[in-house]
Design a protein. Structure first.
Lengths: 180, 184
């Protein structure tokens, strides 16, 4: 009994040291903001699979692998959704998924971190990095961050759409993951 | 012949500037509405919104100006029913020139696309994104525009009738050069 009590004293510490790895899909989101004629337009990818393993005590060891189902895009209207699934944009028939695989995480100080990794979209892979923050609350860890991609690096929006005076090259990606 | 009482230069300038804007904004709206999604459509959509915002600003200026200035009276020879009809059409035109851009602005908000005037000045979104409301406002915007088309057609037809059938100089109140040319 004494041993149990002694053990239980360590439980909070043990819990703290445990990795968070169960991504709560229903509470997580991947949003993108494109600029059309200088108007920020928000869209969302409704379906994605995220494998994240992170220990807030040593986030440098964290790993993440995120696969986005591009057909689940909601770009704001039915017409836009049909367009962006097509060949000029994501070409979801040929390339159904976009993928991010982390390679390393660096602490930036003051509760901020930076994740480095490779982003693959439409058959093209590029190095990306994104700052993020961590927040632990009620046994769940929130990971929040945002970064920008250049859509033309991945051939997203080709042909007539490559005119960046209409749809800007830079697209912001905002992510929010809740991991238990 | 009695001297024509023309509108003031300010009223004339505001009227024709508004006419010009409406005659550009309306067809741009019709054309872009029927286009398939393309960069050109997005460009026209933006131009249409910028023109619409300009109409909205101008109609507010006109209403404020009109509230403080009484227009020159109509010719005494014009029958009472025509005076009432003209007054009614003018009130409705003002109302539509206010309501149409407003419905467009609300529609944009409801469709989740902010209006950024001239690509630099973001207007506040007056409504949260709501697809059903967006579609309803789109339908309203169209109905209001068809009404505007009918009223503008009547407005022009009446002006032409005064000029070419009645020869009473009513049109010269808004186009003073007609008065000078006819009095030669």
């Amino acid at each position: 009994m004494k041993r149990l009590i002694a053990l239980s004293m360590f439980l909070p510490i043990v819990a703290y040291a445990v990795d968070y790895s169960k991504v709560q899909s229903d509470q997580s989101s991947i949003i993108f903001v494109s600029r059309q004629m200088n108007v920020p337009v928000e869209g969302v990818f409704k379906k994605f699979t995220a494998h994240v393993r992170i220990n807030p005590a040593k986030p440098e060891t964290a790993t993440a692998q995120i696969a986005i189902e591009l057909a689940s895009i909601d770009a704001g209207s039915a017409e836009a959704n049909d367009e962006v699934k097509g060949k000029n944009w994501f070409d979801v028939a040929e390339f159904p998924k976009a993928e991010f695989i982390s390679s390393s995480v660096k602490a930036l100080g003051a509760g901020r971190y930076e994740a480095f990794g490779k982003m693959s979209i439409k058959g093209k892979t590029a190095d990306v990095h994104t700052p993020f923050t961590l927040k632990e609350e009620k046994g769940a860890l929130s990971i929040d961050g945002a970064f920008s991609l250049k859509r033309l690096d991945f051939g997203i929006g080709s042909g007539l759409w490559s005119d960046t005076s209409v749809v800007a090259d830079e697209v912001q990606i905002k992510f929010h993951f809740v991991v238990k | 012949m009695k001297k024509i009482l023309a509108y003031t230069r300010t009223a004339i300038a505001l009227h024709w500037l508004m006419a010009l804007l409406v005659f550009v904004t309306f067809p741009v709206g019709v054309v872009m509405h029927d286009m398939a999604l393309s960069p050109d459509k997005l460009r026209l959509l933006s131009y249409h919104k910028w023109l619409g915002v300009t109409v909205f600003i101008l109609v507010v200026v006109r209403l404020v100006w009109r509230a403080n200035h009484t227009p020159a009276p109509l010719l005494g020879s014009i029958p009472q029913w025509q005076r009432v009809a003209a007054q009614g059409v003018h009130v409705l035109l003002y109302a539509l020139l206010f309501a149409i851009p407003l419905s467009g602005w609300l529609m944009s908000s409801a469709k989740g696309i902010q209006t950024v005037y001239l690509g630099v000045l973001p207007l506040p979104d007056l409504l949260a994104k709501d697809k059903v409301l967006g579609d309803a406002l789109s339908a309203l915007h169209q109905v209001l525009n068809i009404t505007l088309l009918v009223l503008v057609a009547s407005h022009i037809a009446a002006a032409l009738k005064h000029q070419f059938v009645d020869h009473d100089g009513t049109l010269a109140r808004m186009l003073p050069f007609l008065d000078r040319s006819s009095s030669k």
